[in-house]
Design a protein around this ligand. Structure first.
Ligand code: CTP
Ligand code: CA
Length: 223
């Protein structure tokens, strides 16, 4: 499978990828977000493009250059990511959710800057929509891949997400290891389907992205 980069194995396939964090506004100056760098998702987009796919990348705010030949849709909030993903979902062959979506957002987005007052401040939060779960419910022929960021019990939590979100595969990340994941250029993951687990040992995110696509290509059976 080493030659898949040269072979345009995904020619004629449509691939939708989400990457980066979401940013949930509190007021005009403040927001809640997370440490996702977007690097894993951007590498997946680049590899898919090199394999000949028509790639759409839905990205939260990151400090990365847009991959060449990829349709980039920039969003900020979980809700905007949801809209963008759902809009193009039907036409896709492969959908990968590498984004670190905020699970909660402030109930109120204030138009004016909040002024400090005596005493403590509590910000009321509400759940965002689970985008991946919604896509799992809408799924027809798409090969749907999720990511799982776990700091303990990785395999159990990962498997639970695979089943509950109706995924074809899940990429499990161990975020308790500081040398891999989130901000790092390296990653180490387990690619899990219903009947196979593959461990990809620590490597560049480009290598991990290639390994992920090799497995997806095996699963969907293109040659
Ligand atoms: N995800 C999503 N929409 C959300 C939250 C998560 O689409 N509102 C997606 C992520 O993009 C990822 C997968 O679900 O592909 C798993 O995300 P993760 O944060 O690991 O799991 P959660 O289901 O949010 O559960 P928890 O954070 O409690 O572990
Ligand atoms: Ca989450």
């Amino acid at each position: 499978l080493r030659y898949t980069q040269q072979k345009k194995t995904l020619l004629g396939k449509r691939v939708l990828i989400s990457a980066g964090p979401t940013k949930e506004r509190i007021d005009p100056v403040r927001f809640m977000s997370n440490h996702s760098s977007g690097k894993m998702g951007y590498q997946l987009a680049e590899v898919a493009q090199q394999l000949g796919a028509e790639v759409t990348l839905v990205s939260g705010p990151v400090n990365l250059a847009s991959p060449v030949g990829v349709k980039l849709i920039q969003i900020e909030t979980a809700d905007e990511m949801y809209q963008a993903m759902v809009e193009s979902f039907d036409q896709q062959d492969i959908v990968i959710k590498a984004a670190a979506v905020a699970d909660y957002r402030p109930v109120k987005q204030h138009d004016k800057k909040l002024k400090k007052q005596d005493g403590d401040l509590a910000i009321e939060m509400e759940r965002t929509q689970d985008i991946l779960k919604a896509l799992g419910e809408k799924k027809t022929n798409q090969y749907l891949v999720g990511f799982a960021a776990e700091s303990d019990n990785h395999m159990n939590y990962g498997e639970k997400k695979l089943k509950e979100k109706n995924l074809d595969a899940i990429v499990i990340n161990d975020i308790s290891n500081p040398s891999i994941g989130f901000q790092s250029d390296q990653n180490e993951v387990t690619f899990m389907t219903n009947d196979q687990h593959d461990f990809f040992k620590s490597a560049s995110k480009n290598t991990i992205a290639t390994q992920i696509f090799n497995r997806i290509i095996e699963e969907i059976g293109v040659d």
